[in-house]
Write a protein that binds this ligand. Structure first.
Ligand SMILES: *Cc1c(COP(=O)(O)O)cnc(C)c1O
Length: 454
């Protein structure tokens, strides 16, 4: 890859002259090649030299129905030739109206109002501000704090980072952030030996109750990633926690914010993860898969009740104040509508159930591996937890970057896998075939073998 005539290397060199990439120590690119992708096709990414990589992580969990999906592309092209954008204050447009109708139709009952933003973190900012402002408008200005779960990730703008608890992203910027109350995550991996996931959930709810008992009077909302804490290492928990959380939020008069940015749109086996507990949150944040992975867009859904707390004569000063230049962008709304149409027209969730079962069978042998402490799965998210010592679950040292070795092995063998620390995970596009999943598992298994050697 260092041959200067090589097309990938030439593009990478040009990139590195001016571009600063996210979530990257740029120095790494002195030894790790930056990969220029020029085309996508189904679950595959194709580089400048025609090499193909199976997108095992849906390009940061955004892509649902494949790259360059023809149906979404056609909707986008038509919209681009009709109306690309219009200010969303004082004006509206059909794609936003239809999208709001569709989101209200498919989300859990009671979520009847839609506020658009343009990425996941921005949706979190909106939900936090809206919850705080609701309580203020109701005469409870003393509610200024939030409760977040340990191991949570809600984005990296300052507000979203404030309610996140992944040290890698948070530690450095901590002096700039709000300080949430942290409730222990119901993450089943953190359970006591012999404890079932449901028992962990029950115990964690008691701890949450104790926290609410002391702090509910100053707390606006509890924010959680339903069922799977994704960036925190694909940590999974029992739906009972969400049902109990709903009851506690009602009992203690705090909002329940469901961050379904990563888990929404069929990822966990149901359209939304909250459905598995039969609950409706007060706020639901959506993004990532919303446009099928084509354009940035996010939405915060809330209740008529919350909306009404802001609805008053102008002079009352109760209006919600938050705006982005590209709020409700028509192109992004069209991409979202085309994506949701695929869910309507095709048996996506059934197909996913079969694919998820297939993936589970293929991953089964890894459970026996001496450096695999757990293989866990929720729908179309599967994760393999690598450890230095299986009996004690002692982790590999972070500096060893075992996950990076899996990543590099993957690229050499035609698969994009991007482990989170020592957690190798699979979050494929829904259009991946059973044999494509087989390839992902084969490459990952060989990559794990290499990564744990020495
Ligand atoms: C990715 C993610 C976000 C942030 O979304 P961005 O679009 O990356 O800002 C928030 N919450 C969860 C659960 C996520 O996975």
């Amino acid at each position: 890859m260092t041959n200067p005539t090589d097309r990938n290397a030439a593009l990478a060199a040009r990139d590195l002259k001016h571009i600063w990439h996210p979530c990257t120590q740029m120095h790494d690119h002195e030894t790790i090649p930056l990969l220029p992708i020029v085309r996508g096709e189904g679950a595959w990414l194709i580089d400048a030299e025609g090499r193909r990589y199976l997108d095992g992580i849906s390009s940061w969990w955004t892509n649902l129905f494949g790259h360059a999906n023809p149906r979404i592309a056609a909707a986008l092209a038509a919209q681009a030739q009709t109306l690309e954008h219009v200010i969303f204050a004082g004006f509206t447009h059909p794609p936003a109206i239809e999208l709001a109708e569709e989101l209200v139709r498919i989300t859990p009952p009671g979520l009847d109002k839609v506020f658009f933003a343009d990425n996941g973190s921005a949706a979190i900012e909106v939900a936090l501000k809206m919850s705080f402002h609701y309580w203020l408008n109701q005469g409870h200005g003393g509610k200024t704090r939030f409760i977040a779960l340990t191991g949570s990730y809600h984005g990296e703008t300052l507000g979203a980072l404030s309610v996140s608890d992944v040290a890698l992203y948070r530690k450095t910027y901590a002096p700039l952030l709000l300080t949430p109350f942290l409730a222990p995550s119901p993450d089943a991996w953190e359970g006591e030996p012999g404890e079932t996931p449901a028992q962990v959930a029950t115990r964690r709810l008691e701890e949450l109750r104790a926290l609410l008992e002391r702090h509910a009077h100053e707390t606006c909302a509890v924010i959680v990633e339903p069922l799977v804490q994704c960036a925190g290492g694909m940590r999974m928990y029992h739906p009972d926690y969400l049902a109990g959380l709903r009851r506690l939020c009602d009992e203690y008069a705090v909002h329940f914010i469901a961050d379904e940015i990563a888990v929404g749109f069929g990822r966990t086996g149901t359209m939304f993860a909250c459905e598995q507990a039969g609950v409706s949150p007060d706020f639901m944040c959506l993004s990532k898969g919303l446009t099928g992975g084509t354009l940035p867009l996010s939405a915060v859904l809330t209740t008529q009740h919350v909306y009404e707390a802001f609805y008053a004569e102008y002079a009352a000063g109760k209006a919600f104040l938050h705006s982005h230049s590209y709020t409700g962008n028509p192109l992004a709304c069209s991409a979202a509508l085309a994506t949701l149409a695929i869910f309507r027209d095709e048996p996506v969730l059934e197909r996913n159930r079969a694919l998820a079962a297939h993936l589970a069978r293929r991953l089964e042998p890894l459970r026996e591996h001496p450096h695999v402490a757990e293989v866990r799965q929720t729908g179309m998210i599967a994760a393999v937890e690598l450890v230095a010592d299986k009996a004690t679950r002692r982790p590999f040292a972070a500096e060893d970057r075992r996950g990076l070795r899996v990543y590099l092995h993957g690229l050499q063998h035609g698969a994009l896998l991007r482990p989170l620390g020592n957690v190798v995970y699979f979050m494929p596009p829904y259009v991946a075939s059973a044999s494509e999943l087989d390839l992902l598992v084969e490459v990952a298994t060989a990559g794990i073998e290499r990564a744990v050697a020495d």
